[in-house]
Design a protein around this ligand. Structure first.
Ligand code: ADE
Length: 234
């Protein structure tokens, strides 16, 4: 089972996404165990503060190092022997890829820290964070939604998390030769608003269907994400 601990100022944000669909099923099946930790519970100075003004001035607030260090210490004490891999979600992180998600899905224990405000005291990052991850080149209000994205992407790769009919191996961005966007898909009825399903998909010729799907994937990738084709062996 994969243990995922999440340190956040807003644990209530996670209720919806984690109580539905594949993540909820995976948790019910004990493939993953997710625990939320309120950062405020670890703020024990005179004013119970988790943030303060940046030294040197400037806008916004900075998350203090000590409450975060205490939170990490608390989680580590409950995960003895598992040595959690600590991931900070922040726009300064390395951009998340499917390859990295697949690697992280093989860990036994992950500790996700959700950043907030103008940032986090660098000493916490230097002392306790193994890896900084960004989910893309845009700025969100905090690390909570990125943590949900990461948990969702990891959970569906856990063996047994997807139903038989789905396969993570066929994903767009799966490492290796299948790092292509998925081409168009269709379902019943065969005609919608005068538009037909491509004949080949109704032909029953599986080799031809496979060839067509691969062609469509390459065409779509070349048009929308040509950089994905650059690393291809010829
Ligand atoms: N926090 C704010 N923006 C973020 C992003 N793009 N990725 C990860 N964490 C973030």
């Amino acid at each position: 089972m994969l243990h995922i601990d999440i340190v956040t100022l807003f644990p209530e944000m996670f209720a919806g996404p984690f109580s539905a669909s594949i993540v909820a099923r995976a948790a019910a099946a004990d493939l993953v165990q997710i625990e939320l930790h309120q950062l405020r519970d670890f703020a024990h100075d005179r004013h119970n503060r988790v943030d303060d003004e940046p030294f040197g001035g400037g806008p916004g607030m900075v998350l203090k190092a000590q409450p975060l260090l205490k939170a990490i210490e608390h989680v580590r004490a409950t995960r003895t022997g598992l040595d959690p891999h600590v991931v900070l979600l922040s726009p300064q992180g390395k951009k998340l890829t499917h390859t990295r998600v697949a690697e992280l899905s093989k860990e036994r224990s992950l500790l996700l820290v959700c950043g907030h405000y103008e940032g986090i005291d660098q000493r916490f990052i230097d002392l306790a964070v193994d890896e900084e991850v960004s989910i893309g080149d845009y700025v969100l209000t905090g690390g909570e939604i990125p943590a949900m994205v990461l948990v969702d992407a990891i959970t569906r790769l856990l063996p047994g998390a997807l139903g038989d009919e789905q396969s993570a191996e066929l994903d767009s961005f799966a490492p290796g030769l299948d790092a292509l966007l998925q081409g168009p898909v269709y379902t019943r009825p065969p005609e919608v608003a005068g538009m037909q399903v491509p004949d080949v998909l109704l032909s029953g010729d599986h080799a031809q269907i496979e060839r067509w799907r691969r062609e469509q994937a390459v065409l779509r990738t070349r048009e929308r994400r040509p950089e994905l084709l650059e690393d291809w062996p010829e």
